[in-house]
Design a protein around this ligand. Sequence first.
Ligand code: GTS
Length: 213
Amino acid sequence: MVNFIIISYFPMRGRAEMMRFLLSDQGCRWTDEEISFEKWASGEVDFKQTAVFGQMPRMKDGDFTLYQSGAIMRYLARKHGLYGKNDKEAGLIDMTSIGLDDLREKYLRLIYLEYDTGKEAYIENLPSQLARFENILSQNNKGSGFLVGTKISFVDYVMLDILQIHLVLAPDCLKDCPLLTAYMDRIASRPKLRAYLESDAHKTRPINSNGNQ
Ligand code: GTS
């Protein structure tokens, strides 16, 4: 029997959208189990008590359950051959992914805690943050392919998500990043991924839970 992946998460893109990018691009079927904030807060959710860190997203692959978005991405990456061709590529993929996690944490702090007071400064500083990824990209095949190696890896899905959410926040943020701009179009035009990006499931799902974006 084929196991379908189930992603349990709040009804938003949040930390789960990069998983959906990976799954759609790899041609996998998955189900989104949307858990409302009210239901989660009320304690009605049957797995809240057993959630390893008391949080979502949760991924189920048959009878295997995993928490922590970074661990879920790596599990899916290993399963689908998206973790580089050797230890060095895997190291570079991890380095870039952890750098993106750091940027995501700053973004989430802005969105949930400092939106009114910190938006201007965040947007001002954003080009210098993105320049680091432009530089990483430039060092791999002169920026003409993927972030690491010669085939797509899980970090490309993380990067796409980070670029998309930042372009909503600051539409000009890539003006000094020609390689990242072309890269984003290239990744987003992969046929199965593009079909997902054009779907209502993606387009109507809010980026964050508080309406800020
Ligand atoms: N490091 C975890 C991961 O990457 O999965 C963080 C997960 C996390 O913080 N989840 C939040 C949560 O479940 C939602 S969000 O930050 O992804 O929006 N919050 C509910 C709770 O009860 O803590």
